[in-house]
Design a protein around this ligand. Structure first.
Ligand SMILES: [Zn+2]
Length: 203
């Protein structure tokens, strides 16, 4: 692909490897891209010539006002665009479900249906993790959540979807979405470093 027209900068440095201790064997590539919805992103990739260690990470260089988007969702909102940066928290209060950012969080652009599918997958994973020993009420709660999500998709139910981002790099792209600035107190309550699925409703 010809990248001449894409706005990016790239620099390569050599550093000592944290895994094998190789001296200047770690190739560090820093690349800054301008990504739609997310603005300037710094992508860092490291690769060790000696031991093969590889890792990559991307962080946002944008720093906008902390925001909260709220949208009542049902089957008419499945295609609404949702851009979630790696610092954003997504909550569906009716379900007691929350996805908070973690060290390995990636930003992504999806839609409401994609967000619902991610929640559904997380619940299915939780059920599988419990295995055959799963308690009956836990199993029932989990199945209730899956049924609720299905009914949102079919239009029988509607519910509130909330997206909060202390760095303001996220968006629910819908005229019906309420957008408001977060107070400092609300910002302080948001996680910025751990991935958890809030299972209060499941447990
Ligand atoms: Zn190494």
């Amino acid at each position: 692909m010809n990248e001449d027209n894409i706005d990016f900068t790239k620099e390569i440095m050599y550093s000592d490897c944290p895994v094998c201790g190789g001296v200047k064997t770690l190739e560090v590539t820093n690349r800054t891209d301008n990504i739609p919805y997310f603005g300037d992103m710094l992508e860092t990739a490291v690769s060790c010539k000696k031991c093969g260690y590889q890792s990559s990470d991307s962080i946002s260089l944008e720093h906008n006002d902390p925001i909260r988007y709220s949208l009542k969702i049902d089957n008419t909102k499945l295609n609404t665009r949702v851009a979630k940066s790696q610092t954003a928290t997504i909550t569906i209060p009716d379900l007691g479900l929350k996805v908070e950012p973690g060290p390995k969080s990636q930003g992504y652009v999806s839609n409401v249906e994609g967000i619902l599918n991610r929640f559904e997958s997380a619940v299915v994973r939780a059920i599988k993790l419990e295995g055959a020993d799963i308690e009956r009420d836990v199993n029932e709660k989990a199945l209730d959540i899956i049924e609720f999500i299905t009914k949102i998709k079919t239009g029988e139910y509607s519910t509130l979807l909330i997206l909060e981002d202390p760095f303001g790099n996220s968006l629910i792209d819908d005229d019906d979405a309420d957008k408001e600035l977060l107070t400092q107190e609300e910002v302080d309550k948001l996680q910025t470093g751990f991935t958890t699925i809030d299972q209060d409703e499941v447990e």
